[in-house]
Design a protein around this ligand. Structure first.
Ligand SMILES: [Zn+2]
Length: 293
């Protein structure tokens, strides 16, 4: 198994985190940090480039084979690539490492339709695109689809991904909470986009959350109003709701762009992201999150 594919168990669920790519993210520039009173204690950790992960998650539980987000599996010269984008592993190849073929996937949950989360939904065959996961229902929030201007713009990534899935009859719109399969539930967590959603995995008393872009970096756990100009009130409410639930459940957390698995811990002023394991290492964890091998 490659270093970028990490499997763990959550009760009876097998959860695989695939870090398909890194990109250099100019974090301070996106946060208007210059005059912010919260910024000085954090400045030193951003003097070096922040490597943004692209963590695609596969969940196998009973008959369900669920992917959360589809990565950005585009050609390296795409105009949509972030600076210094480096692909670690092709998504289909990574899934094969854990015995999953594209046609085995039953559901793809899209946390939100930004390019880096939807680019891998299709594959190019000749001059056209076809769904990469031909049997999968693709689950996207209704609030991120209806009225989304990207649907009408042929230059947007949506044109060759979500629109293709929609024309194939595989797109299913989600209204609020929805059970994907027994033990796997979509929960609304708006803010990053109007319909941003996360996934909860619960099995045999264990809980994990796949958070999409609820937090882009651990600093946002400690400073939860920080979020690149999105809807701050929605972001705060969504983060608070997740934090309370995750603490109560001692849940394991996977965020799309964060380089560690984490758990939340309370602090005097709020919460902090406690790293459990770095994602890029080849590690097998038991149900307590401890290293098995
Ligand atoms: Zn993202």
């Amino acid at each position: 198994m490659s270093n970028f594919v990490q499997s763990l168990t959550v009760g009876e669920a097998h959860v695989t985190v695939i870090n398909i790519a890194y990109a250099d993210w100019n974090f301070p520039a996106g946060l208007d940090t210059a005059a912010s009173p919260w910024w000085p204690p954090y400045a030193a950790q951003f003097e070096q480039p922040v490597w943004s992960h692209h963590n695609v998650v596969h969940i196998a539980l009973a008959d369900a084979s669920i992917l959360v987000d589809a990565g950005f599996d585009d050609l390296p010269d795409s105009p949509y690539q972030l600076p210094r984008f480096r692909r670690n592993v092709d998504l289909s190849a990574a899934l094969r490492e854990v015995g999953v073929a594209p046609e085995d996937i039953t559901h793809v949950v899209i946390t939100h339709p930004h390019d880096d989360h939807i680019g891998g939904l299709t594959v190019k065959q000749g001059t056209s695109y076809t769904p990469r996961f031909p049997q999968a229902r693709v689950l996207l929030s209704r609030w991120d689809w209806e009225g989304n201007p990207d649907r009408e713009d042929p230059t947007e990534v949506c044109a060759w991904t979500l629109n293709v899935v929609d024309r194939a009859g595989r797109l299913n719109l989600v209204d609020g909470s929805q059970e994907v399969a027994p033990g796997v539930t979509i929960l609304p967590a708006p803010g990053e986009t109007p319909g941003h959603q996360i996934v909860r995995v619960q099995s045999e008393g264990q809980t994990a959350y796949v958070l999409g872009d609820l937090f882009h970096h651990p600093v946002m756990v400690e400073q939860p109003w920080v979020n690149r100009g999105r809807d701050v009130e929605q972001v705060l409410a969504s983060r608070q709701r997740l934090a309370e639930a995750a603490l109560a459940e001692d849940a394991l957390l996977v965020a799309y762009h964060i380089g560690t698995l984490g758990k939340l811990r309370p602090t005097a002023t709020g919460f902090t992201w406690e790293p459990v394991r770095p994602i890029e290492s080849l590690t097998l964890l038991n149900q307590e999150g401890e290293v098995m091998v």
